[in-house]
Design a protein around this ligand. Structure first.
Ligand code: ATP
Length: 911
């Protein structure tokens, strides 16, 4: 097909130059797609396909008007395609075309939502290096990760839209697989050369200056290679936004609270476990009025701080804003008009900002002094840190830029920049002269009908202009006789005739000339202005971030007032002490029962028990969320709170979504547990919900038990652990820092047969819960009544160690006994009448018999005989095993050791 010539041939040649999926090539007033690209865009975007013939063949063709390309590009990119754009420019007596940019998810500028859109490069060297660039705001972050888990956590936090794996990461199938599982980002292969260390380092220095790398303390090769490669990619895709990337920010400094990806998800910070935005913490507390403010608040939630001074600064600003209601409302009203200056800086740099964008920037710059005035005029705010936030932006330079824009641009410019009408009179002498000449002609034209009417005595005469006829004089049919000879007729209409005169033609020509000159000059002046704005990218970003911060703080204050939150006291101590705490999200939709939390060094591990649905998870999550909010600088949902700053929050809760990915829930559970046990420190907060549930009961209890011991003795983290394993409440007796609390209910579920309801009190009390109320919840959930009743009977028997009748379909029964030592059912004695009393006795006997092995009293004759039989069957090993069993002190041996002992015995016997 490449034998095609002409336009189609050119298309194929350009297509061969790029690795983009689709090429849009400008042909006059249209961007055209040919061949399979035409079919693809027609399918995706509902465009009409026509045929273009070239060299005897016919090729599908689809096109969009030049000015409508942007929305089409956006749709294609959002569907995951990378699109190359070839623009046309005049050359000699024809046109030349070349690819000017490639648009991909990470380089798309035409975005409408507020979210950051990070482009990410990942390099694996000795460690992992990551560079995140948001072309829409010019943000640029570099960081490292020690291993794949840390890498995924960071990636989850930034939520990039496009990822460029470095040469070494591309071949790591495992990692790629995990990346695909964790993000919806497009994966793009960028030329390996861009990742070469020397070249990358050079590129970073060129962009951010010689000392940038040292000053942010980025040392590893991997990080530098990632940063250089992402810059190279942004440059090569040709969007021209590099100028807005003014600052290199390093991450991974110990200033932030560790929040791994699992925890961010579990705590539903920005989306719920089901993937919805509404119902997340962010959606609940977000009262920002600008997109930049929303972005900032979201990043605060995702990266809580550990620096007390910084947090107190935010708190004081929020506190002042909560107390100055009028000023707060006024500030929010003013900020509501703010335009996204960070985004504008990028659009100006890429040359895509239009006059309306610049006017919006001008108006936003003007908000800075207004906001300052409001703060200065309000006593409560004037000496709060909010004033200092506003001081940070350079007011003088902002004013200067605003004045330039004010002087240059008219009040309400048109949306296109090619048709003039953009620049104010008085800004440029040459333009003023053109404008004056233009106005003089327009005046002449205004006067013309009056003059001609008077001169020729015609009443129905008007002067107008249209596309085909240009300027003309129109005279009503009844008066055409009065028209002089100098009028040249150009058109006949139903009720009138159209004429022109030499003088009018001449003026029209002059007008067109002036208009053209004016448009060109205005376009040139506008380009200069836009470039000037682009060179002020950093200033715009500063002002943008200042306003965003005021917005985020005012948003937090607004929520604090509306939801009656309080300012937590932040300490360097070890305590979490919350009085009447609530869950920030649940409290908005439910009549919430507040609860206290009291944890400190001597009470650092709380085992939380209580029936299903009673509120264990909610209690633990609210504790984590209150701690997190405190470390964002926000107020918190509680009557009073004192929070010792934590260095990390780790959670492990039910992993429903992992199931969907086909990974074993138990494996995931153990990986997450393992991560927590490795990563948490004695300054961390750990939330464990039902750990060990994914495996057999006894394995589960043992693991939960051992993890508790480890967390208490080795890690020392403050931990909340909800469990259905009642056995674990025992730990409260044995380990000092472990305490039991339970979520109370009212009413005895076991007497529920008469319909007596259990009331969930949602109140957390000291001590362990009595028992599990699972059967009651089954009842609530609408499990059929016979099943619920029967479960109650079974439960009673189990609790009393009695044999259970197993009812057959034929009405007959057999019996089963639950053997506590194995955690399994064993067959009970056959019973003709199913007499429960006798089988109960049997069970009792069995359990006493079982405990005799460890009994110190002399063995009975029967036992001796059993023992001899065993020795005969298994040889001397059985003796050893029995001896070891007799010597074992169950009370003093941790469960995990017990398990391994038993395993060894089994091994021996099997030999
Ligand atoms: N303090 C509270 N005030 C009001 N409603 C609450 C409170 N705590 C929990 N709830 C509500 O009770 C329900 C159950 O809560 P939660 O999931 O925390 O229970 P759970 O004990 O963890 O349950 P399970 O053991 O089944 O996981 C939720 O709908 C929650 O909104």
């Amino acid at each position: 097909m490449t034998e095609a010539t002409g336009i189609v041939g050119e298309f194929f040649d350009l297509k061969a130059e790029t690795d983009a999926d689709v090429l849009a090539m400008q042909v006059g007033d249209f961007y055209e797609f040919f061949d399979s690209d035409a079919e693809l865009v027609a399918d995706e975007l509902d465009l009409k396909v026509s045929q273009k013939s070239s060299h005897g063949s016919s090729y599908p063709m689809a096109g969009v008007p030049v000015e409508e390309l942007t929305p089409y590009l956006k749709s294609l990119v959002e569907r995951g395609y990378r699109v190359a754009v070839a623009d046309q420019h005049e050359a000699g007596d024809g046109h030349e075309r070349e690819i000017t940019r490639v648009v991909s998810p990470g380089t798309l500028l035409a975005v409408t939502d507020a979210d950051a859109r990070y482009l990410l490069t990942v390099v694996h060297d000795e460690d992992y290096g990551l560079a995140f660039a948001d072309v829409t705001t010019g943000r640029f972050h570099v960081t490292t990760a020690a291993d794949a888990d840390e890498l995924l956590t960071t990636i989850y936090r930034f939520d990039p839209v496009e990822i460029l794996p470095g040469p070494d990461v591309r071949n790591d199938d495992d990692l790629l697989e995990r990346l695909r599982g964790r993000t919806d980002a497009a994966l793009t292969l960028h030329t390996a050369e861009a990742f070469a260390p020397g070249r990358a380092r050079h590129r970073v220095r060129e962009q951010f200056g010689e000392g940038a790398l040292d000053s942010v303390g980025i040392e590893t090769d991997a990080a530098v290679r990632a940063a250089g490669a992402v810059l190279n990619y942004v440059e090569e895709t040709g969007q021209g936004v590099l100028a807005s990337m003014t600052r290199l920010q390093a991450h991974g400094d110990g200033d932030h609270v560790e929040l791994d990806a699992t925890t961010q998800r579990n705590l539903e910070l920005t989306e719920t476990m089901q993937g919805d935005r509404s119902g997340s913490l962010f959606a609940t507390i977000d009262h920002t009025v600008t997109s930049a403010g929303g972005r900032l608040l979201q990043s605060w939630l995702q990266r809580p701080r550990r620096d007390r001074a910084e947090l107190q600064r935010r708190q004081s600003a929020v506190a002042a804003l909560t107390e100055a209601a009028l000023a707060r409302d006024r500030l929010r009203e003013v900020l509501g008009d703010a335009y996204d200056l960070e985004r504008l800086a990028s659009r100006a740099a890429s040359g895509s900002a239009d006059a309306r964008d610049l006017v919006a920037a001008r108006e936003t710059l003007a908000l800075l002094p207004t906001a300052r005035e409001i703060v200065a005029d309000t006593d409560r705010l004037a000496d709060s840190p909010l004033a200092a936030v506003l001081e940070r932006a350079d007011l003088d330079r902002a004013r200067e830029l605003r004045e330039t824009l004010e002087a240059a641009l008219v009040e309400d410019p048109p949306g296109t920049i090619t048709q003039g009408g953009l620049v104010r009179k008085g800004f440029d002498e040459q333009l003023d002269e053109l404008i004056e000449r233009n106005e003089a002609i327009e005046e002449w034209l205004d006067e013309l009908p009056k003059r001609e009417k008077r001169r020729h005595g015609i009443t129905h005469l008007s002067v107008d202009r249209n596309k085909t006829d240009g300027y003309y004089i129109q005279v009503g049919k009844s008066e055409t006789d009065a028209v002089p000879d100098s009028y040249e007729q150009i058109k006949t209409l139903k009720n009138s005739e159209r004429y022109t005169i030499d003088e009018l033609e001449e003026k029209e020509r002059e007008l067109l000339r002036i208009e053209e000159q004016r448009h060109d000059l205005e376009r040139q002046l506008f380009d200069e202005l836009r470039e000037k704005v682009a060179t002020r990218a950093e200033l715009l970003q500063d002002v943008g971030r200042t306003l965003a911060e005021v917005d985020a703080l005012a948003g937090l204050a607004t929520h604090a007032v509306r939801a009656d939150w309080t300012r937590p006291e932040l300490t360097d101590g070890d305590e979490i002490s919350i009085e009447a705490g609530r869950h920030p999200v649940v409290e908005r939709t439910t009549e919430f029962v507040p609860n206290d939390v009291r944890m400190d060094r001597d009470r650092r591990f709380l085992v939380v028990t209580g029936p299903n649905m009673s509120g264990k998870s909610t209690y633990m999550r609210q504790t984590a969320l209150i701690t997190l909010l405190a470390q964002v600088g926000s107020f918190v949902p509680a009557r009073q709170a004192r929070i010792g700053l934590v260095d990390g929050i780790y959670t492990r809760v039910g992993a429903l979504d992992e199931l969907a990915q086909g990974r074993s829930t138990f494996m995931v559970e153990m990986q997450e547990l393992s991560n927590i046990l490795h990563s948490a420190s004695d300054d961390s907060l750990v939330i464990l919900d039902e750990v060990g549930r994914g495996t057999a009961t006894f394995d589960g209890i043992s693991i939960a038990w051992a993890a508790t011991e480890y967390l208490v003795n080795e890690v020392g983290a403050k931990t909340l652990f909800a469990t259905h394993y009642h056995e674990l409440t025992e730990l409260g007796e044995r380990l000092d820092p472990v305490q039991n609390v339970h979520v109370a209910v009212d009413g005895d579920p076991d007497s529920d047969r008469d319909g007596e309801e259990v009331t969930f009190l949602r109140t957390v009390r000291e001590g362990p819960a009595d028992r599990s109320y699972g059967v009651h919840v089954a009842d609530l959930a609408g499990v059929p009544e016979p099943v619920v009743d029967r479960s109650r009977q079974v439960l009673d028997r189990l609790r009393n160690d009695e044999a259970i009748d197993v009812r057959g379909g034929d009405g007959g029964t057999t019996q089963a006994v639950f053997d506590l030592s194995s955690g399994q059912f064993v067959d009970g004695p056959a019973s003709a009448d199913g007499g429960e009393a006798s089988s109960g006795e049997q069970a009792q006997n069995e359990s006493t018999a079982g405990s005799h092995a460890a009994d110190e009293s002399a063995p009975s004759a029967e036992e001796k005989q059993q023992r001899d039989e065993l020795v005969e069957r298994f040889g001397d090993d059985a003796e050893d095993v029995l001896q070891a069993l007799a010597d074992l002190d169950i009370a003093e041996t941790p469960p995990v050791e017990l398990l391994s002992e038993v395993q060894q015995w089994q091994g021996k016997l099997e030999e």
